[in-house]
Design a protein around this ligand. Structure first.
Ligand code: CIR
Length: 263
Protein backbone atom coordinates (compact mmCIF):
# COMPACT_ATOMS: atom_id res chain seq x y z
CA UNK A 1 0.00 0.00 0.00
CA UNK A 2 1.39 3.41 -0.93
CA UNK A 3 1.80 5.54 2.16
CA UNK A 4 4.10 8.29 0.91
CA UNK A 5 2.83 11.82 0.38
CA UNK A 6 2.66 13.88 -2.79
CA UNK A 7 4.08 17.41 -2.83
CA UNK A 8 0.52 18.61 -2.06
CA UNK A 9 0.54 16.52 1.14
CA UNK A 10 -1.93 13.89 -0.07
CA UNK A 11 -1.20 10.15 0.18
CA UNK A 12 0.71 9.03 -2.90
CA UNK A 13 -1.73 6.89 -4.92
CA UNK A 14 -0.65 3.79 -6.82
CA UNK A 15 -1.32 3.24 -10.51
CA UNK A 16 -1.16 -0.13 -12.28
CA UNK A 17 -0.51 -0.12 -16.01
CA UNK A 18 0.43 -2.72 -18.61
CA UNK A 19 2.27 -1.90 -21.86
CA UNK A 20 0.48 -2.61 -25.15
CA UNK A 21 0.89 -6.06 -26.71
CA UNK A 22 2.45 -6.37 -30.15
CA UNK A 23 -0.95 -7.85 -31.09
CA UNK A 24 -2.91 -4.74 -29.98
CA UNK A 25 -4.50 -4.33 -33.43
CA UNK A 26 -6.27 -7.70 -32.99
CA UNK A 27 -8.20 -6.53 -29.92
CA UNK A 28 -11.91 -7.23 -29.47
CA UNK A 29 -14.40 -4.94 -31.20
CA UNK A 30 -18.11 -4.78 -30.37
CA UNK A 31 -19.49 -1.43 -31.54
CA UNK A 32 -16.76 -0.15 -33.91
CA UNK A 33 -15.47 -1.27 -37.31
CA UNK A 34 -11.86 -2.42 -37.37
CA UNK A 35 -9.45 0.23 -38.69
CA UNK A 36 -5.63 0.12 -38.87
CA UNK A 37 -3.83 0.73 -35.58
CA UNK A 38 -0.39 2.39 -35.56
CA UNK A 39 1.63 0.29 -33.08
CA UNK A 40 4.42 2.88 -32.72
CA UNK A 41 1.93 5.66 -32.08
CA UNK A 42 0.12 3.46 -29.55
CA UNK A 43 3.38 2.87 -27.67
CA UNK A 44 4.09 6.62 -27.68
CA UNK A 45 0.56 7.50 -26.50
CA UNK A 46 0.82 4.91 -23.74
CA UNK A 47 4.10 6.43 -22.53
CA UNK A 48 2.60 9.92 -22.52
CA UNK A 49 -0.41 8.64 -20.58
CA UNK A 50 1.82 7.10 -17.90
CA UNK A 51 3.92 10.28 -17.69
CA UNK A 52 0.83 12.33 -16.83
CA UNK A 53 0.37 10.28 -13.66
CA UNK A 54 4.08 10.36 -12.80
CA UNK A 55 3.90 14.14 -13.14
CA UNK A 56 1.12 14.15 -10.55
CA UNK A 57 3.18 12.12 -8.09
CA UNK A 58 1.51 8.75 -8.62
CA UNK A 59 3.49 5.59 -7.83
CA UNK A 60 3.34 3.82 -11.20
CA UNK A 61 3.68 0.03 -11.13
CA UNK A 62 3.95 -1.84 -14.42
CA UNK A 63 2.35 -5.23 -14.94
CA UNK A 64 4.49 -7.26 -17.38
CA UNK A 65 3.25 -7.03 -20.98
CA UNK A 66 0.95 -9.88 -21.99
CA UNK A 67 1.96 -10.29 -25.62
CA UNK A 68 -0.51 -13.13 -26.23
CA UNK A 69 -3.43 -10.91 -25.19
CA UNK A 70 -4.20 -8.09 -27.65
CA UNK A 71 -6.40 -6.29 -25.10
CA UNK A 72 -4.06 -6.70 -22.13
CA UNK A 73 -3.20 -2.98 -22.16
CA UNK A 74 -6.77 -2.32 -20.96
CA UNK A 75 -5.68 -3.50 -17.53
CA UNK A 76 -8.60 -1.80 -15.78
CA UNK A 77 -10.76 -4.75 -16.82
CA UNK A 78 -8.68 -7.33 -14.91
CA UNK A 79 -8.96 -5.99 -11.36
CA UNK A 80 -11.03 -3.52 -9.33
CA UNK A 81 -9.90 -2.00 -6.05
CA UNK A 82 -12.04 -0.81 -3.12
CA UNK A 83 -9.95 0.74 -0.35
CA UNK A 84 -7.56 -2.12 0.52
CA UNK A 85 -9.60 -4.83 -1.21
CA UNK A 86 -8.70 -5.90 -4.76
CA UNK A 87 -11.12 -8.07 -6.72
CA UNK A 88 -9.60 -10.01 -9.60
CA UNK A 89 -12.21 -10.21 -12.32
CA UNK A 90 -13.35 -12.94 -14.67
CA UNK A 91 -13.72 -11.22 -18.06
CA UNK A 92 -16.79 -11.96 -20.12
CA UNK A 93 -14.68 -11.91 -23.29
CA UNK A 94 -13.08 -15.37 -23.56
CA UNK A 95 -10.08 -13.91 -25.38
CA UNK A 96 -9.36 -11.79 -22.28
CA UNK A 97 -9.77 -14.33 -19.49
CA UNK A 98 -6.10 -15.24 -19.43
CA UNK A 99 -5.08 -11.64 -18.70
CA UNK A 100 -6.04 -11.78 -15.05
CA UNK A 101 -3.57 -14.23 -13.51
CA UNK A 102 -0.49 -12.20 -14.46
CA UNK A 103 -1.97 -9.15 -12.70
CA UNK A 104 -2.21 -11.00 -9.37
CA UNK A 105 1.44 -10.68 -8.21
CA UNK A 106 1.53 -6.94 -8.86
CA UNK A 107 -1.81 -6.38 -7.13
CA UNK A 108 -0.82 -8.48 -4.11
CA UNK A 109 1.93 -6.00 -3.35
CA UNK A 110 -0.42 -3.04 -3.48
CA UNK A 111 -3.46 -4.04 -1.37
CA UNK A 112 -4.35 -5.63 1.97
CA UNK A 113 -6.92 -8.17 0.77
CA UNK A 114 -7.52 -10.07 -2.45
CA UNK A 115 -10.73 -11.68 -3.72
CA UNK A 116 -11.78 -13.02 -7.10
CA UNK A 117 -14.87 -13.45 -9.22
CA UNK A 118 -15.55 -17.15 -9.71
CA UNK A 119 -17.34 -19.16 -12.41
CA UNK A 120 -20.13 -18.74 -13.52
CA UNK A 121 -19.76 -15.04 -12.76
CA UNK A 122 -18.22 -12.66 -15.25
CA UNK A 123 -17.16 -9.11 -14.50
CA UNK A 124 -14.90 -6.58 -16.23
CA UNK A 125 -13.47 -3.57 -14.45
CA UNK A 126 -14.78 -1.24 -17.14
CA UNK A 127 -18.24 -1.96 -15.74
CA UNK A 128 -17.42 -0.77 -12.21
CA UNK A 129 -17.82 2.92 -11.35
CA UNK A 130 -17.21 4.14 -7.80
CA UNK A 131 -18.88 7.35 -6.69
CA UNK A 132 -18.26 7.94 -2.99
CA UNK A 133 -19.40 4.76 -1.23
CA UNK A 134 -21.71 3.81 -4.11
CA UNK A 135 -20.55 1.29 -6.69
CA UNK A 136 -22.45 1.33 -9.98
CA UNK A 137 -22.02 -1.94 -11.87
CA UNK A 138 -22.92 -2.18 -15.54
CA UNK A 139 -24.82 -5.25 -16.70
CA UNK A 140 -23.34 -5.71 -20.16
CA UNK A 141 -22.27 -8.41 -22.58
CA UNK A 142 -19.12 -8.68 -20.39
CA UNK A 143 -20.57 -8.57 -16.86
CA UNK A 144 -23.35 -11.01 -15.97
CA UNK A 145 -25.88 -11.14 -13.12
CA UNK A 146 -23.78 -13.65 -11.18
CA UNK A 147 -20.72 -11.39 -11.44
CA UNK A 148 -22.74 -8.47 -10.05
CA UNK A 149 -24.10 -10.70 -7.25
CA UNK A 150 -20.61 -11.85 -6.26
CA UNK A 151 -19.33 -8.28 -6.18
CA UNK A 152 -22.33 -7.21 -4.11
CA UNK A 153 -21.67 -10.04 -1.62
CA UNK A 154 -18.08 -8.82 -1.23
CA UNK A 155 -18.84 -5.11 -0.97
CA UNK A 156 -22.09 -4.65 0.94
CA UNK A 157 -20.69 -6.10 4.21
CA UNK A 158 -17.81 -3.62 3.82
CA UNK A 159 -20.16 -0.66 3.71
CA UNK A 160 -20.53 -0.06 -0.03
CA UNK A 161 -23.87 0.41 -1.78
CA UNK A 162 -24.01 -1.58 -5.04
CA UNK A 163 -26.33 -0.41 -7.84
CA UNK A 164 -26.78 -2.49 -10.98
CA UNK A 165 -26.96 -0.41 -14.17
CA UNK A 166 -28.43 -2.00 -17.32
CA UNK A 167 -26.04 -0.96 -20.09
CA UNK A 168 -26.89 -1.79 -23.70
CA UNK A 169 -25.57 1.13 -25.71
CA UNK A 170 -21.88 0.90 -24.84
CA UNK A 171 -19.29 -1.82 -24.34
CA UNK A 172 -18.84 -1.06 -20.64
CA UNK A 173 -20.61 1.18 -18.14
CA UNK A 174 -17.53 3.41 -18.06
CA UNK A 175 -17.54 3.68 -21.86
CA UNK A 176 -20.74 5.65 -21.25
CA UNK A 177 -20.32 7.38 -17.87
CA UNK A 178 -17.64 8.26 -15.31
CA UNK A 179 -17.59 10.64 -12.33
CA UNK A 180 -16.06 14.02 -11.52
CA UNK A 181 -14.30 14.62 -8.19
CA UNK A 182 -17.53 16.05 -6.69
CA UNK A 183 -19.44 12.86 -7.57
CA UNK A 184 -21.32 14.27 -10.56
CA UNK A 185 -21.68 11.53 -13.14
CA UNK A 186 -20.85 12.65 -16.67
CA UNK A 187 -21.75 10.90 -19.89
CA UNK A 188 -22.50 11.20 -23.57
CA UNK A 189 -26.26 10.83 -23.59
CA UNK A 190 -26.67 8.69 -26.75
CA UNK A 191 -24.62 6.01 -24.96
CA UNK A 192 -26.45 6.19 -21.63
CA UNK A 193 -29.44 3.89 -21.07
CA UNK A 194 -30.91 5.74 -18.07
CA UNK A 195 -29.24 8.88 -16.72
CA UNK A 196 -31.96 9.04 -14.06
CA UNK A 197 -30.20 6.29 -12.09
CA UNK A 198 -27.51 8.72 -11.00
CA UNK A 199 -27.94 11.30 -8.22
CA UNK A 200 -26.40 14.07 -10.38
CA UNK A 201 -25.82 13.77 -14.13
CA UNK A 202 -24.04 16.12 -16.53
CA UNK A 203 -24.26 15.45 -20.28
CA UNK A 204 -21.04 16.02 -22.25
CA UNK A 205 -20.84 16.87 -25.95
CA UNK A 206 -18.48 14.12 -27.13
CA UNK A 207 -18.44 10.32 -26.76
CA UNK A 208 -14.70 10.45 -25.98
CA UNK A 209 -15.49 12.97 -23.23
CA UNK A 210 -17.53 10.54 -21.14
CA UNK A 211 -14.36 9.01 -19.65
CA UNK A 212 -12.41 11.04 -17.11
CA UNK A 213 -9.79 9.91 -14.63
CA UNK A 214 -9.66 11.88 -11.38
CA UNK A 215 -6.01 12.77 -10.76
CA UNK A 216 -6.60 14.76 -7.58
CA UNK A 217 -9.57 16.59 -6.03
CA UNK A 218 -9.47 19.41 -8.59
CA UNK A 219 -7.83 17.78 -11.62
CA UNK A 220 -9.10 15.33 -14.22
CA UNK A 221 -7.53 13.62 -17.22
CA UNK A 222 -9.49 13.48 -20.46
CA UNK A 223 -8.94 12.25 -24.03
CA UNK A 224 -7.55 14.91 -26.36
CA UNK A 225 -10.41 13.97 -28.71
CA UNK A 226 -12.94 15.76 -26.48
CA UNK A 227 -12.16 19.52 -26.57
CA UNK A 228 -15.78 20.54 -25.98
CA UNK A 229 -15.95 18.45 -22.84
CA UNK A 230 -12.61 19.90 -21.66
CA UNK A 231 -14.08 23.42 -21.98
CA UNK A 232 -17.24 22.39 -20.14
CA UNK A 233 -15.27 20.93 -17.24
CA UNK A 234 -12.91 23.92 -17.06
CA UNK A 235 -15.99 26.16 -16.82
CA UNK A 236 -16.90 24.14 -13.71
CA UNK A 237 -13.59 25.13 -12.15
CA UNK A 238 -11.68 21.91 -12.78
CA UNK A 239 -8.13 21.69 -14.06
CA UNK A 240 -8.36 19.50 -17.16
CA UNK A 241 -5.36 17.69 -18.61
CA UNK A 242 -5.73 16.02 -21.97
CA UNK A 243 -3.73 13.29 -23.66
CA UNK A 244 -4.15 11.62 -27.05
CA UNK A 245 -5.34 8.00 -26.96
CA UNK A 246 -6.54 7.63 -30.56
CA UNK A 247 -4.98 4.20 -31.11
CA UNK A 248 -6.76 2.81 -28.03
CA UNK A 249 -10.06 4.51 -28.91
CA UNK A 250 -9.97 2.58 -32.21
CA UNK A 251 -10.24 -0.56 -30.03
CA UNK A 252 -13.04 0.82 -27.86
CA UNK A 253 -10.64 1.79 -25.11
CA UNK A 254 -10.44 5.13 -23.31
CA UNK A 255 -8.42 6.98 -20.67
CA UNK A 256 -9.91 4.99 -17.79
CA UNK A 257 -9.26 1.52 -19.27
CA UNK A 258 -5.50 1.98 -19.52
CA UNK A 259 -4.87 1.86 -15.77
CA UNK A 260 -6.09 0.72 -12.37
CA UNK A 261 -6.16 3.43 -9.75
CA UNK A 262 -5.45 1.78 -6.41
CA UNK A 263 -7.53 3.81 -3.95
C1 CIR B 1 -12.38 -5.01 -25.41
O1 CIR B 1 -13.30 -5.07 -26.23
O2 CIR B 1 -12.37 -5.71 -24.41
C2 CIR B 1 -11.25 -4.06 -25.69
N1 CIR B 1 -11.02 -3.94 -27.09
C3 CIR B 1 -11.53 -2.69 -25.10
C4 CIR B 1 -11.64 -2.70 -23.61
C5 CIR B 1 -11.84 -1.35 -23.05
N2 CIR B 1 -11.89 -1.40 -21.64
C6 CIR B 1 -12.68 -0.64 -20.89
O3 CIR B 1 -13.54 0.07 -21.39
N3 CIR B 1 -12.56 -0.75 -19.58
Amino acid sequence: MATEQTAAGRPRPTLLVRPPSVRLADGELTHLERVPVDADLAAEQWQRYVEVFRGYGWDVRTVPAAEAYPDGVFVEDAVVVFDGLAVLTRPGALSRRGEVESVRPVVEGAVRELAEIMEPGTLEGGDVLKVGRTVYVGRTTRTNADGVAQLRALLEPRGWRVVEVPTTRALHLKSAVTALPDGTVIGYEPLVDDAGLFDAFLPVPEAEGSAVVVLDPTTVLLSAAAPGTADLLRDRGLTVLTTPVTEFEKLEGCVTCLSVRVR
